[in-house]
Write a protein that binds this ligand. Structure first.
Ligand code: SAJ
Length: 420
């Protein structure tokens, strides 16, 4: 059966680009989001998130009536759930949004439909979702009950797109397809092939769930290795950037880059899903999280030491010392400040600093709430002219372009090796 109407539940960083990708291939797409404002924005052909090229694709899709957004589920042939899965309590995955999305589509499901979970989820979540649906629709059969004969097919198909390159990676990256049965996988593959240029690689739902968690944990562990090296090198008075460059000349060594910590909504979250389910086994994965989460505090200690040196070497009082933080985003060349270690560091510095704290962030015009009262948003040239202590937090292209002769400060804490 082909897919005439496709519904995407959750129109955020993953759901909206996915909805737009289907619509750009001439499919009728129904987007669902509980956020009324997001729904209204999309129906005007505009977008409520920042992502290159997304605005153009959404505008066209809405203008040509291929994409329409609603706050409540509508009948469709395929449903993709792309809602957030944050954590609660002590890093336990919070599946409340997935449960509420699943329960919200249950009343409009019909025989022949396909339901796909895309949200990053702990192992077993797809089977759990299938149980919620079965609980609400005893008139339909599901794969856990009827196997290949099920009325409704269910699969787990994680996204793996890089923020900032979503519209390209969504189409080009290979896709892991974890059907609850081979038929579920075949139908999910058929669906993604509507826009996918990459390959559909088929497995079962539990392996696909673990695959998504594994990808981000792999990156987290590797970044933790680089961050741990930066701590060791600081003790040993070795330039970590030079060290990594040299070690990476080995044909089988490829060390990532240290930084102020790990930010964003995925890499700092997903490894905990593995730890929560496997506390005994996931020792390395847990330790990597702790190493990366500990880095911002280490940076702040370095800043305090630099200020102490500055006070000892000058006649300044603590209230006369100005600290400038370069970069607030969670990674280079984006404007996303959420879950950013740079914001956390700027906040901790401003709370502690008796003098002025400046921040330079070329990608935003307004400071986040946590910094609004204690930090002054400044241009690069003013920060370089006024500050006693410089703190490099994000290697934005604008900062890499600063010439060495423009930087005259003695006290520099450089977490990205820009002023190495
Ligand atoms: N970082 C370092 N050093 C590095 C690389 C990254 O400190 O060498 C830091 C960044 O500064 C940032 C954090 O790690 O704070 C995460 O950035 P990222 O570019 O590694 O990843 P995200 O969070 O933007 O996107 C990741 C991607 N996952 C992998 O690369 C395995 C993306 O493909 C996923 O789709 C996305 O998570 C997601 O949604 O899960």
């Amino acid at each position: 059966m082909s897919f005439e109407t496709i519904s995407v539940i959750g129109l955020g960083y993953i759901g909206l680009p996915t909805a737009a990708a289907f619509a750009s291939r001439g499919k009728k797409v129904i987007g669902i989001d509980v956020n009324q404002l997001a729904v209204e924005t999309i129906n005007r052909g505009e977008i409520h998130i920042v992502e290159p090229d997304l605005g153009r694709v959404v505008k066209q899709a809405v203008e040509h009536k291929f994409l329409q957004a609603f706050t409540h589920p509508q009948v469709a042939d395929a449903f993709l759930i792309a809602v957030p899965t944050p954590f609660k309590g002590d890093h336990e995955p919070d599946m409340a949004y997935v449960e509420s999305a699943a329960r919200s589509i249950a009343p409009v499901l019909k025989k022949g439909d396909l339901v796909i979970l895309e949200s990053t989820s702990p192992v077993g979540s797809t089977e759990q979702m299938a149980n919620w649906l079965a609980e609400m629709r005893s008139d339909l059969s599901f794969p856990q009950q009827a196997g290949e004969q099920a009325d409704v097919n269910i699969a787990y198909c994680p996204e793996r797109v890089l923020p900032g390159q979503v519209m390209v990676e969504l189409i080009k990256n290979d896709r892991v397809i974890g059907g609850m049965t081979p038929t579920c996988s075949a139908r999910a593959s058929e669906l993604y092939k509507i826009f996918l240029e990459g390959e559909c690689v088929v497995t079962n739902s539990r392996t696909a769930e673990m695959c998504k968690l594994t990808e981000n944990s792999f990156r987290d562990v590797n970044i933790a290795f680089a961050n741990e090296l930066s701590l060791i090198c600081s003790e040993q008075n070795i330039n970590v950037w030079e060290l990594i460059r040299l070690a990476n000349r080995h044909p089988r060594v490829n060390i990532l880059q240290p930084g102020p910590g790990v930010g964003g909504h995925c890499i700092a979250v997903d490894p905990w899903f593995i730890v929560a389910q496997n506390p005994q086994q996931a020792q390395l994965i847990r330790t990597a999280r702790l190493v990366n989460d500990g880095k911002p505090l280490w940076v702040v200690e370095k800043v305090k030491a630099a200020v102490a040196d500055c006070l000892a070497a000058t006649n300044k009082r603590a209230s006369e010392v100005t600290i400038a933080c370069f970069g607030l985003a969670f990674k280079p060349n984006i404007d996303d400040l959420r879950e950013s270690p740079a914001v956390e560091i700027a906040h901790l510095i401003a709370e502690w600093n008796a003098g002025q704290t400046l921040a330079v962030e070329p990608n935003v015009r307004k400071l986040p709430k946590s910094l609004a009262d204690s930090v002054t948003l400044t241009e690069t040239t003013d920060a370089l002219a006024q500050a006693d202590v410089l703190v490099m937090l994000v290697d934005h292209q604008q900062f890499k372009a600063i010439k060495p002769e423009e930087v005259n400060q003695t006290w520099i804490v450089d977490t990205k090796g820009v002023w190495r």
